[in-house]
Write a protein that binds this ligand. Structure first.
Ligand code: BGC
Ligand code: BGC
Length: 865
């Protein structure tokens, strides 16, 4: 049932008390880039480049040319005078969106399930190569927000895992891979973008809620640091070139105008050297967002498709009329160009050779306004041999949840295989038949929304199983599939003849601009889609060797059937991408021994996960409020805290072999005894000012540039600033509305927790070494994922938190000594009072094992001097 907004307002009047709303403290001025660490060379080149630009040219780097005005989902203006075309931003997290002859990789959640740093890196490289060769400058991924606070959050699968360490490591490896291939990565969405409902007020109005502001994610400072910010720290340490600020508000200040999250956390504390771009339409103010730390407006227009921009000409004017200091625009441009040089864009660039808006070869170049007919799709094939790594990640991310009496692997001696469930088969409308994969037809291999790619082909489970069974039996295995989920009678008939019934079920989710079957991006519930429970029930009633394969974006409820005796095996295959069926048969038939571990908890009920999504506005027509009252206790931390038994715990997954853990040893390293952690002190340099101050006449619309309708330009149309602005209220505001200190370019105090890309360098010193022995006690070679958890020991701390892991391959009878380390960051808590990390006096303990609840080894952590 939906409430009208005014009814809700009445119901929740107490929440709407304006005085009690969370508040985001101001932090100004916006820290300017310093070129520290391995940014120095790129910074020097960027400064040199930007010093020779006019103000309008700098502004052109910061502002998109408008929605659907160029080939990519977002494109800045270029520097025509220097022959530089605009920068292309394109989605992203699992392959190129809106393209062709590209690969469709496994989703982030599968990368997390593989727990394999090397594969994450290789996938990053492969995706980066494809984007690079299509002419993309910035690949709009990877995703660490949503982190996964809500199991039913629509976009969790674009990212990795609700655990910040697992996500942080996968972010870093993906970013390194992408940027090594020569494209700029974009860590998104910063920050607190945990649900789709109400992320944008316009979108919410579209589904019937009359709210005027986006949802506010209200996050306290400690939770911010210990949970949501964590993977962004790893991203920055990996050198990420850009960060996308999010649609939602954080403590009632918009993500792209939030001086606390952008100026203080990202650029101050974490020393982020790249640029901040807005999510599409997440930019809501002119000078204000510039001073709060936004560096690039995407796709440039106020509302997608409107002919106005907060920036473009208006940003140029704001400097010329003295509202905005030019150093801030210099800093934006230098940050953008530094990222450009850092990943080698100057060496790798090729103009975009595809169009996001049509698959036709010829069409309008400016799609929004139907201007300039020409060749828009060159149909360049960028796939290479990426199918191989896609297939490998698919099988290595497969999680074997149950395997009774060695039901798996299959043997090729099966006489009669039934394949049951729509999720085994093709989409009757074609694999790319629904825009942005906004439907759940046939097998599920990615969610929906902007985080999708077109498939080059999609190997279904049905195809792959049939091929495999027939090939190995010389055509003698009988294989049948029923892919109509309501044909239960036919399913029953097949199941009763089969020696194995392979059942396929799924649960889909995606981004809030598409509603699939009543799911506004977020899922309505955690149950299976399309009659899935009935399919399982039918199969298991008629076949005592029923094997269930789940494709889902995150956890689903399995309580009713997981322990059924006739269900001999359960596999979670996530969202494996184009090679889905191939990856699966490699595991089903034992060519690949499963080693994936679930990157989230499988609870018995939705309630077990903690607070629900905010699906009804709770603050009248104003911003719905999501108080993150669960703090750092999401996913397994919540189950541990409330002492709730999950069905399958975070980090769990079976193998066709067995592993034993022994001999834990913790050794304090010299650095742990060597003096204490030093808070950063002192002041920054003053803001650099590049080139000569700009004049009005330098920034007039140049001759010889064709004006495209609605296109967002940076230049002035006349020497009269008021006329150029097109703003009837021009000059009405006084400069008094600028926050205190926002335009101050003098040296600023440094934050104690700052000092390098990612924060105070002392945080990343190794303090302890931990070793443990892992033995393969079974009879086949297999992969194990040793996991190290830490109890920080304080009253407010989770029972344990993941801190280290690896994926290792061990032959039967062999042992391997696993060595890992713990940094100062790993053993610290965020101290709100000193605004720094501290190692508390509480006794800490390390655990090692192969899931968050199978931790046979433990040892006390000796205290640090
Ligand atoms: C999404 C972003 C995406 C952008 C461009 C937005 O709606 O939230 O993740 O990169 O669109 O398509
Ligand atoms: C587009 C996305 C865009 C979103 C904004 C969709 O129509 O495909 O790229 O970000 O609208 O909400």
């Amino acid at each position: 049932m939906k409430f009208a907004w005014f009814e809700v307002a009445a119901l929740t009047a107490s929440v709407a008390n304006a005085n009690s709303l969370a508040y985001s403290p101001p932090y100004y001025p916006s820290p300017w880039m310093t070129g520290e660490g391995d940014w120095s060379e790129a910074y020097t080149r960027a400064v040199e480049f930007v010093s020779n630009l006019t103000l309008a040219e700098k502004v052109n780097l910061t502002t998109g040319s408008g929605w659907m005005q160029e080939s990519c989902v977002g494109e800045t203006g270029g520097i025509p005078r220097l022959g530089m075309w605009g920068m292309c931003m394109q989605d992203a997290p699992l392959g190129i969106r809106f393209s062709d002859y590209n690969s469709a990789f496994p989703a982030g959640v599968n990368v997390a399930a593989a727990w394999d740093k090397r594969l994450a890196y290789q996938r990053g490289v492969a995706m980066g190569e494809e984007h690079r060769d299509k002419g993309v400058d910035v690949q709009l991924g990877p995703v660490a927000g949503p982190l996964g606070k809500f199991p039913d959050g629509g976009r969790n699968w674009e990212g990795f895992s609700p655990d910040p360490v697992l996500t942080g490591v996968m972010m870093a490896e993906t970013i390194k891979g992408m940027q090594d291939a020569g494209v700029i990565a974009c860590a998104k969405h910063f920050i607190g973008n945990e649900q789709e409902h109400f992320r944008q007020s316009g979108e919410a109005q579209g589904y019937g809620y009359n709210i005027s502001q986006s949802l506010s994610s209200n996050i306290d400072d400690k939770t911010m640091h210990e949970l949501y910010l964590w993977p962004f720290v790893d991203s920055i340490r990996a050198g990420v070139g850009s960060v996308m600020c999010s649609y939602n508000q954080i403590n009632n200040s918009y993500g792209c105008a939030n001086s606390y999250s952008l100026n203080k956390l990202l650029k101050g504390e974490l020393g982020f050297q790249g640029f901040v771009m807005s999510d599409w339409g997440a930019h809501h103010s002119g000078v204000e967002s510039a001073l709060a730390g936004l560096d690039m407006s995407m796709p440039g227009d106020v509302i997608l498709g409107s002919p106005y921009s907060y920036w473009g000409t208006n940003l140029t004017i704001s400097v010329l009329n003295g509202t905005m200091p030019e150093w801030r625009v210099d800093d934006m441009a230098v940050r953008i160009m530094s990222a450009y040089y850092k990943v080698g864009r100057d060496r790798f660039r090729t103009p975009p050779n595809f169009s996001s808006w049509t698959r036709d070869e010829y069409n309008f170049q400016h799609s929004m306004v139907s201007e300039d007919w020409g060749k828009v799709n060159e149909r360049v094939n960028v796939q290479r041999d990426h199918a191989q790594i896609i297939r490998k990640i698919g099988s290595d991310s497969t999680v074997l949840l149950k395997n009774k009496g060695g039901a798996l692997p299959l043997t090729h001696n099966e006489k009669f295989i039934s394949i049951l469930g729509e999720d085994a088969g093709s989409n009757a409308h074609g694999a790319n038949g629904c825009d942005d994969r906004g439907c759940d037809n046939g097998t599920l291999a990615m969610g929906w929304g902007s985080g999708t790619a077109n498939y080059p082909y999609l190997i279904t489970p049905e195809q792959a199983i049939q091929n495999e069974a027939l090939e190995y039996s010389n055509g003698q295995t009988n294989v049948f599939a029923v892919t109509d989920n309501w044909a239960l009678t036919q399913m029953a008939a097949l199941a009763s003849q089969a020696d194995v019934a392979l059942v396929f079920v799924n649960a889909d989710s995606g981004e809030g601009f598409i509603n699939v079957d009543g799911n506004e991006g977020d899922r309505k519930n955690l149950t299976l889609w399309k009659n899935g429970e009935e399919v399982i029930k039918t199969a298991s009633q008629h076949c005592n060797n029923t094997i269930v394969v789940i494709h889902s974006t995150s956890a689903v409820l399995i309580s009713d059937w997981y322990d059924n005796d006739n269900i001999t095996a359960i596999i979670w295959a996530g969202l494996p991408g184009q090679e889905s069926g191939h990856s699966l048969v490699d595991v089903l038939y034992g060519r690949i021994n499963p080693g994936g571990k679930t990157p989230f908890t499988w609870g018995k009920t939705r309630k077990d996960y903690g607070p629900p999504l905010v699906t009804v506005p709770n603050n009248g027509a104003d911003a719905p409020q999501d108080n993150f009252e669960d703090g750092v206790f999401i996913d397994y931390r919540r189950f541990d805290k409330d002492n709730i038994e999950p069905i399958y715990e975070f980090g769990y997954g079976l193998s066709y072999t067995k592993f034993a853990f022994s001999d834990i040893k913790v050794t304090p390293l010299a650095s742990s005894q060597r003096g204490e952690y030093k808070a950063t002190t002192g002041k920054s340099q003053k803001a650099p000012v590049l080139g000569e101050p700009s004049t009005v006449s330098d920034n007039l619309f140049p001759e010889g540039i064709k004006r495209v309708r609605q296109y967002l330009y940076p230049w002035l149309n006349s020497t009269d600033l008021r006329a150029s602005s097109g703003d009837p209220d021009y000059g009405m505001d006084s400069k008094d509305y600028l926050p205190e200190g926002a335009t101050d370019g003098s040296p600023q105090d440094l934050l104690p927790s700052s000092g390098s890309s990612g924060g105070n360098p002392g945080l990343f010193e190794d303090l302890y070494q931990v070793t443990a022995t892992i033995t393969n006690t079974g009879s086949v070679t297999g992969d194990e994922v040793p996991q190290l958890y830490l109890s920080l020991g304080g009253n407010d701390d989770p029972t344990k938190v993941l801190r280290q892991f690896d994926r290792v391959t061990i032959a039967p009878g062999q042992s391997l000594q696993w060595t890992t380390t713990l940094t100062r960051r790993d053993v610290s808590n965020w101290d709100v009072a000193s605004q720094n990390w501290v190692i508390s006096g509480a006794q800490k303990k390390v655990y090692v094992g192969n899931s968050s609840r199978k931790l046979p080894l433990s040892a006390d952590l000796p205290s640090v001097e």
